[in-house]
Design a protein around this ligand. Sequence first.
Ligand code: ADP
Length: 271
Amino acid sequence: ENRLVIDLRVAPVGDEYILVLADDRTEITRAQTVRTDFVANVSHELKTPVGAIGLMAEAIETSVDDPESVLYFSSKLKKESQRLAALVQDVIELSRLQSADVVLTSTLVDISQMVADAVDRNRLTAEGKNIDLLVGGRCLRPVHGDPELLSTALRNLIENAIRYSPENTKVGIGVSVKEGTVRISVKDEGPGIPEDEQDRIFERFYRVDPARSRQTGGTGLGLSIVKHIVGQHGGEVTLWSKQGEGSTFTIALPLVDEASEQDLLGESTET
Ligand code: ADP
């Protein structure tokens, strides 16, 4: 990962030879490695649910006379196919976000509204674990960005908070504004993330506990997607976490000031 890739040439200067840096290919090589690793990881991740689906189908075939087994294997098959669907969707989303010619729809996004919608959509899942979803704070100024993508980013953080929290706990979503920046934080009372893994969890397919993540339906791509979306909006996603005390993920996004808001509103009415 931290390899330096350079082309060196030896060039004669008078009676001596000097070493010349002909090309620095570090960045290109890194990008190529990242791409190859991604393809390899995707292939690996796809194999598990695809293999399981095949096995479940066979098991159903051999237990046609036993309705209970048929029900058991078909519910497992359904779960695996949902996992596969989630994985395919995340891979497509991430590839789209990473492509150089990605075009973002840009409008004025009402953050308070977006938070309220995201919370509504997760209410049922939270209730299933008896988790209290609490919302606090408001943002009166808009963000200029892609509403679908920003919702996806927030949804991923809320889903993770619920997924990794034990039952009967609280998940708090807080909105605050400071110096032209809105901060949306998602705080949970879950297991927390070990300090030495806090940077790594934003990498594709990195999981602190792979078995647990897969079992709970995680694809391992959620936080990479969040990081990409927030980055493309000129923002930043940060994490505070302590093992045993929970985690707080915060998305910071630049707000549109009043003058620009008028310009942007003008633009959208003209087109
Ligand atoms: P996944 O689909 O596995 O959740 P993510 O990219 O969303 O993938 O997260 C990467 C890993 O970070 C997870 O597998 C989990 O180990 C850890 N993680 C993410 N959010 C939380 C959280 N709120 N509490 C504890 N661990 C978390």
